[in-house]
Design a protein around this ligand. Sequence first.
Ligand SMILES: [Zn+2]
Length: 365
Amino acid sequence: MKIAAIISFLEGLAPLAYQEEYDNSGLIVGRPDGEVNAALISLDCTEAVVDEAIATGCQLIISHHPIVFKGLKKFNHATYVERVVEKAIRHNVAIYAIHTNLDNIATGVNARICSVIGLSNTRILAPKSNLLKKLITFVPQSHADVVREALFNAGTGNIGNYYEVSFNIQGVGTFKGNENTTPHVGEPGKRHHEDEVRIESIYTAAYENKIINALINVHPYEEVAYDLIPLTNQNQQVGSGMIGEFETAMAEADFMKLLKERMHLQVIRHTDFINKPIKKVAVCGGAGGFLLKRAIAAGADAFVTADYKYHEFFDAEGKILITDIGHFESEQFTQQLLFEILSNKFTTFAVRLTTINTNPVKYYI
Ligand SMILES: [Zn+2]
């Protein structure tokens, strides 16, 4: 199995275009045409994880956090980042990161936290804009069905829980080819009128190449007419954080107990109880402080996230219960999520979960 095939599957699910600007998801070390028999999944790519990959014969590490965020200028063993990259290269171990692009999809890291806690009616807390486009194409009526089918298969027409969404109008197209043409209908040098269908369908910009290729493959004309239009609509399926609700509201103390139990926590840092039952809960794996205003505006009673600083706790202002459950803890189910995604899809290579707890934060209790 080639690394490129695994990447293409993962990026079909969580395109790199969905990652945040500061991020560095993607293939960090290794060649796309490298062969893989076994891949190791981890949250962080530490030296111990690279050693584990070597010892267990894994040619690929798939980690949530990228080992390299910024440019590396020296490779002289001085930092753990340099040592990890050097060791991986020396031992032909590829490193792939699937970070905020996995956070930002509706079936990603935050969806898993919601399901572990028991939240339903979940939706993305801060949907992203400018990720959607619209394709408009003009097809002879005889080929409208086959073109629509190909477009839907390539990924157009998905809006929330609806699929195969398109708008169609009938009209008349005209064209006149020169002597170098062999038109599908009509004759060169003569203006032709053809009953056509104008098909419009929305799509995720990241899939554009695949969609255009599919269109050109099945469209009968020599010159395919199509318009690609950028949209500023929010994509409700892509963005930061999620919000959901419990079937029945619970007291704050009961919520904390549930959180501690389900997320296997030793300790929770939190703001004062506000004597309000907890029903709606916002979540964001990792550092989610930037979403607090969104969580309050969406009516969340509690916010489950990590990496809160002292002064940021004051921003709760008695409106919401902030719970900082720890960065590693908030993302601990991400490995399992990746394991399930890959092992459900592929049977041609082995997927392993790291046995190493890479959490650098320890609690002295
Ligand atoms: Zn993280």
